[in-house]
Ligand binder design. Structure first.
Ligand SMILES: C[S@@+](CC[C@H](N)C(=O)[O-])C[C@H]1O[C@@H](n2cnc3c(N)ncnc32)[C@H](O)[C@@H]1O
Length: 182
């Protein structure tokens, strides 16, 4: 099974009708759409990306699928999750997805990087409900990919969170899926 499908399977295990979720890297909107389908009409999803083109593509994908109402789209860095993502009352997020790297079909130099990824992970874990799941897909093949992965590994080791890598990465440049739970 592809790693992206495994990420969706893990998230589907904790996210149902009425749930709250965050896509920290909206990109072309595939994960945002998946999250919006999972939460149903009574749930809500926040999706962030720093590139206006990514937000536009995601918006079009959601509108086409009739899911636009369930999602708050924000052209913002995930370094500001705590200020931008505002679940109602005392509620927390059931699921968070990160899909790191660059926007496929766009400028490959505009990638995620540890300087914002690590604070975003910290904030996401604080906002995750007990029993919730954070899926983190890391691509190491692009410039800076290794540095980002090394910083993530160091953060994971010292974080005190429960995490696992369900599939052994096949080679040292291949993608890695990390699943964190609370
Ligand atoms: C691999 S793509 C995401 C793919 C997406 N999940 C999908 O389903 O199509 C990574 C995205 O992260 C975005 N990104 C880079 N830095 C970011 C940041 N600081 N905050 C939020 N998004 C960022 C990029 O603009 C890019 O669109």
């Amino acid at each position: 099974m592809r790693l992206t499908h495994q990420a969706h399977e893990a998230v589907a295990g904790v996210l149902g009708e009425g749930g709250l979720a965050l896509d920290a890297t909206a990109g072309n909107g595939h994960d945002t759409r998946f999250l919006a389908e999972q939460v149903g009409a009574s749930g809500h999803v926040w999706a962030l990306d720093v590139q206006p083109a990514a937000i536009e593509t995601t918006r079009n994908r959601l509108v086409e699928a009739g899911l636009g109402e369930r999602v708050t789209l924000l052209c913002e860095s995930h370094a500001h999750i705590r200020d931008q993502v505002t679940p109602p009352g005392e509620r927390k997020l059931d699921a968070v997805m990160f899909n790191l790297g660059y926007l496929p079909g766009s400028d490959r130099t505009r990638t995620t990087g540890a300087v914002t990824t690590i604070p975003a992970l910290e904030q996401s874990m604080e906002m995750l409900t007990s029993g919730g799941c954070l899926s983190l897909m890391v691509y190491r093949g692009h410039d800076g990919g290794d540095a980002e992965w090394n910083a993530i590994r160091e953060w994971l080791t010292g974080s005190g969170h429960e995490w696992r890598i369900p599939v052994d990465p096949s080679d040292h440049k291949g993608p890695v899926l990390v699943l964190l739970t609370r």
